[in-house]
Each structure stands twice: as C-alpha cells, then as structure tokens.
Design a protein around this ligand. Structure first.
Ligand code: CTP
Length: 429
C-alpha cells in the first residue's frame, strides 16, 4: 500500500509526511479517505485529497498551513478546513457520525471514530481509508468490503436508508457506474428504485441537486450519463412527464463530438463550460416556460439560465449561416455569442454549410481585433469623435473581409471609410 501512496505527486507526499508528524504531536490520528483512496487503488492519478482526523481537523490544518506557508480556509460551521497546494486542495474533516433529521436534509454531525465516519459514506468503494500515522502509514483500511467491490466492479451502499437520507447518492451511483463501467449491486439497485418511487430526488434542496447534476454533466462522454439518468428516472424530478427520445440523444451525442472537436482543435481557444451545452441539448425542445420551471427545480444559477436561454433565442437566427456569406456577416452573427452557444449550434445543425461557416469563424475570424484605436484616429485628425464607434466597426468588418494585416493598411482603410461616411452625410462635419 505504501507504493500506492507513492503515486501521489511529490508535493503532496511531502505535505502528508509533515501532517502525519504534526498529528502525532497533537495526539491525533489521520487518514486519507474517500475518492482518493479508491483512485489510488485503481491506479488513477488523483489530486484533491480528503483527510479525516480523529481530533480537531481545523487545528491540524491551521498548523500545517502555517508550517508550510500554504493558504488555508476554515469552515467553522462544519468543523472542516482546506489547505491549498497550488491549484489543488487538501480537505481536512474531523471524523464524524451523521444523523439526518429529515430525508434529503443536511445531516447533524457528532465527532466519532474513523470506522463510523466511513460507515456514513455513500458506497463501499468510497468508504476505504489509508492510514497516515506512524503505526499504519500507507496501510489500507477497509471495514466494509470496498476492495472486493472494486474488484467485482460493484456499487454498493452501506446501509438501507442511504438513498433516502441522501438522495444525491442516486445521482452519484449513476455517475460512478458509468465512469468506471461498474454494475449496481442487486440490493442497492432495489433500494435505489424504492427511493425513486418515493420521489426522493424531490426532497433535495435545488442547490444540492444542481451541484450533483453539474458533476454528471462534467464527466467525459456526457451523453451516456444523461441517457442512463433518463432511463433510470425519466428526469421526472426536474419535470413531470419529461420526454426524451432518440432525436434528443442523437443531439447530445453530437454535442459530445462538438466538444471534443473544440478541445482537440482549439487548445488555445476560449475556455468552454461544456456542461452548459448539454443542458441546452436537454431542454431545447421545451417551451420557454417549461425551461424556466425545469431550471428552477434544477437550482441553476440565474447567469447560467441566461446562457442556456441564449441558445434557444438564437436558434433560428443561426439558419442564416446556411449560405455563402461575406466573412464579416459570419462574424456579425457569431461574435456576440458565447463559445458554448456557438458549439451548441455546431452540434445542433447538421447542414454542412452552417458547420463550415462556424468552423471558419472559430479558426479564422474569432480572434481578429483592430490594431487601430480611437487615439490613432485622433492623431490623423478625423472629426467629429462621435463618428468613431461607427467608423471603427466598419473598419473591423473591412479588415475581416479584406484580410488587412498591418496598422498602416488599417489607417488607409479608416480614411477611405471616413470619406465615404461624410460624403454620404455631410451634416456630420
Ligand atoms: N460522500 C458521501 N456521500 C455524498 C458525497 C460524498 O458519502 N453524497 C463521501 C464519499 O466517501 C466520497 C467523499 O465523500 O468519496 C468525497 O466526495 P466527493 O469529492 O464528492 O467524491 P469523490 O468520491 O472524491 O468523487 P470524484 O472522483 O468525482 O471527485
């Protein structure tokens, strides 16, 4: 098992050694837990660490952060803390048992030993730990048969109430099943379907629902996850009688392809939040009112709702791309849109002309900017100044259509546009 820990990046290994010594001097015990333990056993690279402390997690994390000069954040309400190592983080939590006052609510917690802490977790494969103390450094701790389930490829809950107490686990089961190509254990599957019959997913606060749904939408080959989720739940927790058919799944699949095409071909392009494109694909056939209700239930933030709605709003406008256009007209249509909307349309429309025009925009046009600024126009004494925004816009379109490269070319073109503008409207002078 020590070898498994060795797979961690060196920076983390050093920090764990220090944390181990500090915990021992405080009389605490510490363990690596959850997904990171699972991934280390599976031999996968993993970076965000979860540490459970038998003792006060915030005291240990503060001491570690101070010693290593790391950023540190404490969450008093939960008795947890995070230490930041570059862009990664190590979460520290005091070992605890949980009690759920209502199904779907956040739990009440009490300090406990590791064994109880692991018992409150979602699945056996996520309920293992690796000791980080002198006596058990690197040793696997597996009270509930996690390794055996990993070997068998099984997702199994630890107790009968698991899905009712925390219905997000229904979504997590779908996610892990698809990610690892695992099966859901027979009894677990029964419990999950019973929870669904009781509409357990509707007990959840929309924000918890959206956190977990967005995680699903961020997985690779997202379309398969949405399909599984629909097969299991018909998404009725988001919309009663939600209908998705082969046409929708084909669109989601095309979105998968559009996203990987963009990641492959435009490595230096704008960062794309692909999960929003899938959401667009899920709701595009609904009416505006249905979409708003769907997202209310989903718990989607207002800014993100607006981003998805823009896909619906611009759907018809984009059909104009289905013919030969001057480059600046392509630019005019696509430049105001987010990269997520543009990729949505790339997936949505099968017409070659539309797709070629979008590709051409992404490759050749999206980054074009003027070298000339207002100050340059002032320097050559073009007046009045309130003409500039119109002039600069025409100059940009001319640059796009004519492929102007240098600032000198732009200045020359600006003068010509200026002459045309004032000739047509001499009152401007
Ligand atoms: N956990 C849980 N029930 C939940 C969420 C989390 O029991 N509803 C526990 C699991 O032990 C899980 C750990 O908290 O492994 C960390 O949660 P999280 O970071 O959300 O999941 P990971 O298992 O690390 O999954 P991923 O690989 O997607 O990060």
């Amino acid at each position: 098992m020590v070898n498994k820990l060795k797979k961690l990046p060196q920076a983390f290994k050093d920090i764990l050694k220090v944390a181990s010594k500090q915990a021992s001097s405080l009389g605490f015990k510490i363990y690596l837990v959850g997904g990171v333990t699972r991934d280390l056993i599976l031999g996968k690279a993993t970076f965000d660490l979860d540490i459970v402390v038998e003792g006060d997690a915030t005291v240990l994390a503060a001491k570690l952060a101070q010693r290593r000069g790391l950023n540190f954040r404490r969450h008093h309400a939960f008795g947890t803390a995070a230490v930041y190592v570059g862009e990664h983080k190590i979460d520290f939590a005091t070992a605890r048992s949980e009690y759920y006052p209502h199904w779907g609510s956040l739990p009440k917690v009490a300090p406990a030993q590791l064994k109880e802490d692991l018992f409150r977790r979602d699945f056996t494969i996520n309920a293992m730990a690796i000791g980080l103390n002198k006596a058990d450094y690197g040793k696997l701790i597996d009270f509930y048969g996690g390794v055996a389930d990993l070997k068998k490829g099984l997702i199994r809950v630890l107790h009968k109430e698991s899905f009712l107490e925390d219905p997000t686990r229904i979504l997590r089961a779908v996610r892990f099943k698809q990610r690892f190509s695992f099966k859901i254990d027979r009894d677990t599957d029964k419990l999950m379907r019973q929870a669904l019959k009781l509409e357990a997913l509707t007990f959840l606060h929309p924000h918890r629902l959206s956190d977990e749904l967005i995680l699903i939408l961020k997985e690779e080959e997202t379309y398969l996850y949405i399909k599984r989720l629909y097969e299991l739940t018909q998404l009725s927790f988001l919309k009663k009688k939600m209908k998705m058919d082969e046409k929708d799944f084909a669109l989601l699949r095309r979105i998968d392809k559009a996203v990987s095409f963009y990641k492959r071909k435009f490595k230096k392009g704008k960062r794309c939040e692909s999960w929003l494109i899938y959401l667009g694909g899920m709701v595009i056939r609904l009416s505006l009112e249905e979409i708003l209700n769907f997202f209310r239930r989903f718990g989607l933030k207002k800014v993100d709702i607006i981003r998805v709605l823009s896909m619906k709003e611009n759907l018809h406008k984009i059909k104009r791309l289905n013919k030969k256009l001057l480059p600046h007209s392509i630019y005019q249509l696509l430049q105001p849109l987010s990269i997520e909307s543009i990729l949505f349309f790339y997936a949505y429309y099968p017409q070659k002309k539309i797709r070629d025009n979008i590709e051409y925009y992404l490759r050749e046009l999206a980054h074009i900017r003027l070298k000339v600024k207002g100050e340059d126009l002032k320097k050559i004494d073009l007046k009045p100044y309130d003409l500039y925004s119109r002039l600069l816009q025409r100059l940009l379109y001319a640059k796009i259509d004519k492929g102007l490269k240098t600032k000198r070319q732009e200045i020359k073109e600006a003068k010509a546009i200026y002459r045309r503008l004032v000739r047509r409207q001499p009152r401007l002078l």
